[in-house]
Ligand binder design. Structure first.
Ligand code: CP
Length: 311
């Protein structure tokens, strides 16, 4: 396994399947794993806000018996004095055994990895990639549907800026018989480079539509996303587009009975709270899964994934 995970496809399909199997095993009895990372330290370098990713990384390392250090905003680090990302990561890599890093600029974790002495995981870089969210999504789809192939997945909302969508489509495109439906307003369509570089028409069947209602009945998985205010250049465009898709119980009338609704969260108003009690709403289970797949990734990157068998 590579030691720097910037993009979900830095991991092979076999490695991802192995991480899912390991996460499933951890979820069965996590006490078996509680000391495997004793004396190991995770560094969390978060230059951009986060709830789920940072805290689930921290929870993952603590659940493995390790410790955590880091910062949750650039203003509390020497980045505020002008220190470069490369130097920051270089320095912190002397103080820990593995790093998870989030940054608002695309490519920053790759730059940071250049002089990093320990494994580095991209915890989200601008509108680019979010590989551990993708692993969380794949674990969730596997647990909900029992498979990662032979399905139709609808991606709905901000497909232009949404790094979780960009990452997940790259990973899903490698499984067999996947149909993708991209549902967005014209202004928030998927960037062309993703279609050209990752959606081989010989392997992935995809279409782009503007109406969620028109395709709802075809979906096995619906991946809802938030319109990302922080990535818009002007507030007027954000206000005009933010309410384009609001999923409520009425809209689910035409959906399959075994649809799985995912959302990387945070949600603003794109899923109404009455949907939360529908058994098809998988997004809170998805958020919980994030801790276990990050445990599996930390163990694998530190070469400790078989350690539990020896203990
Ligand atoms: N899904 C996700 O990345 O959430 P946070 O921004 O809270 O980490």
């Amino acid at each position: 396994m590579k030691k720097t995970i910037i993009d979900p496809i830095d991991l092979t399909v076999e490695e991802i399947d192995g991480l899912i199997a390991l996460a499933d095993d951890i979820m069965k009895d996590r006490t078996r794993y509680q000391d495997v990372c004793k004396h190991k330290i995770l560094g969390t370098l978060f230059f951009e806000p986060s709830t789920r990713t940072r805290l689930s990384f921290e929870s993952a390392m603590l659940s493995l018996g390790g410790s955590v250090l880091g910062f949750s905003e650039a203003s509390s680090s020497s980045a505020s004095k002008g220190e470069s990302v490369m130097d920051t990561v270089h320095i912190v890599s002397n103080y820990c055994d593995i790093i998870a890093m989030r940054h608002p600029k695309e490519g920053a974790p790759l730059v940071g990895s250049k002089h990093c002495n320990v494994p580095l995981i991209n915890a989200g870089d601008g509108g680019h990639n979010h590989p551990t969210q993708t692993l969380t999504d794949l674990l969730t789809i596997h647990r909900e549907k029992g498979r990662l192939d032979n399905m139709t997945i609808g991606f709905c909302g901000d497909l232009k800026f949404g790094r979780t969508v960009h990452s997940l489509l790259k990973a899903m495109a490698r499984y067999d018989n996947i149909r993708m439906i991209f549902i967005s307003p014209d202004e928030l369509k998927l960037p062309e480079y993703l279609k050209e570089d990752y959606l081989d028409p010989a392997h992935v069947d995809y279409e782009e539509v503007t109406s969620l209602d028109d395709v709802m009945g075809e979906l096995d998985v619906l991946y809802m996303t938030r319109v990302q205010k922080e990535r818009f250049f002007n507030e007027q465009d954000y206000l005009r587009l933010r309410d384009t898709y609001i999923l409520d119980l009425k809209k689910l009338d035409n959906a399959k009975k075994d649809l799985s609704i995912l959302h990387p969260l945070p949600r603003v108003n794109e899923i109404t709270v009455d949907v939360d009690d529908d058994p098809r709403a998988a997004y809170f289970r998805q958020a919980a899964n994030g801790r276990f797949i990050r445990m599996a990734l930390i163990l694998s990157l530190l070469g400790l994934d078989h350690e539990v068998e020896r203990l």
